[in-house]
Design a protein around this ligand. Structure first.
Ligand code: NAD
Length: 321
């Protein structure tokens, strides 16, 4: 199959690219490199079935590019990913995440693609659910511009399916972690804690550390994309992609400190406004529709992530493991 991956140089996008290539597909990656890095695509670049285009998903000539590529499936991961950036500048967020997504859908339609796989956010679109783990049947109740933008993308997905026959699936991801995650933003607590611990810097927890998230390993996320490639797979559905397990920030910090071999002694700062308290995702629908279940447990995934951060830092960081 020929697949276009937007956001290909990013943390999750590059992992999806590697998985698609490993499965024998040919892949074209698109990324404006605003936060993505070409080094994430080093492995892919050595594969003759991969090519890369530096470009913007909001560009007016996106459809020309996608028409030249002629993908059967578009895996759409390019986005502004920071909830706090969306709160500070909702228009910027909507330009990328709403108009950008419509532009990708339109380009896919014009180019004759059979399917778009959209990347939604299970960690934010449900707002503050009444019961956990939350299932797809719960109504979206965004509490941030980022979440609203992701939910809007899902609505347009449905419109393109109903109006133009473009098949689609929205993958509502939990808190994704793993190798290649950027520790420099505000998102990605595993990368932030892990890098700080390995560099011997203090770690900071906002609030008392009792907030909880559903952490899912990036290779499991790539597996969900792979299973959604056939046009008929989960067509028209949102699938939660998580583990159904709530992990508190305190627990995550302890696990990472143990793996790195440093004292479990975070500093505490005042809680940040607008953060969700607790979230976990019911993933039964993904199991039923595409046979997906998370395969990598938290400690195993954290171990791989710490190994990767350590190798990036030159192998000398940290004292333990
Ligand atoms: N990381 C998570 O926990 C998580 C959770 C839920 C959903 N998501 C979604 O998964 C997707 C990938 O996120 P990620 O964590 O890999 O982040 P990332 O920042 O590593 O990846 C996003 C990529 O998109 C690229 N990009 C941004 N704007 C672009 C534009 N206008 N045109 C072309 N490329 C552009 C960036 O350069 C980057 O490579 C996003 O849609 C994000 O909202 C992530």
């Amino acid at each position: 199959m020929r697949i276009l991956v937007t956001g290909a140089a990013g943390f999750i996008g590059s992992t999806v690219v590697d998985r698609m290539l490993a499965d024998g597909h040919s892949v074209v990656g698109l990324d404006d490199l605003s936060s993505g890095r070409m080094e994430n695509l080093a492995q892919a670049a050595a594969d003759p079935r991969f090519s890369f285009e530096k470009g913007d998903i909001t560009a007016t000539n996106l459809a020309d590019f996608v028409t030249r590529v002629r993908p059967e499936v578009v895996a759409h991961l390019a986005a502004q990913i920071d909830v706090r950036v969306s709160v500070a500048d909702p228009l910027h967020d909507a330009r990328l995440n709403v108009l950008g997504t419509i532009n990708v859908l339109e380009a896919a339609r014009v180019a004759g693609a059979s399917k778009v796989i959209h990347t939604s956010s299970g960690g934010s679109i449900y707002g503050t659910p009444t019961a956990l783990p939350v299932a797809e049947s719960a109504p979206p109740a965004p509490e941030s511009p980022y979440a609203a933008g992701k939910a809007a993308g899902e609505l347009y997905l449905n419109v393109y399916r109903a109006t133009y026959g473009l098949a689609s699936t929205a993958l509502a991801l939990g808190n994704v972690f793993g190798p290649r995650q950027d520790p420099h933003g505000e998102a990605g607590v595993v990368a932030i804690f892990g890098t700080a611990m390995l560099e011997g810097r203090p770690t900071k927890i906002f609030g008392d550390g009792s907030t909880s998230r559903d952490y899912v390993y990036v290779h499991d996320v790539a597996d969900a994309f792979a299973r959604c490639l056939p046009a008929e797979a989960a067509n028209g559905l949102r699938l939660n992609i998580g583990t159904s397990v709530e992990t508190t920030v305190l627990d995550l910090h302890s696990r990472l400190a143990r793996l790195v071999g440093v004292p479990d002694e975070p500093q505490f700062a005042p809680p940040r406004a607008g953060e969700l308290q607790h979230i976990s995702l019911n993933v039964d629908l993904a199991a039923r529709e595409i046979g997906w279940r998370p395969q990598v447990d938290l400690d195993t995934g954290l171990g791989h992530t710490v190994d990767w951060i350590r190798s990036r830092l030159g192998g000398s960081a940290g004292t333990g493991a």
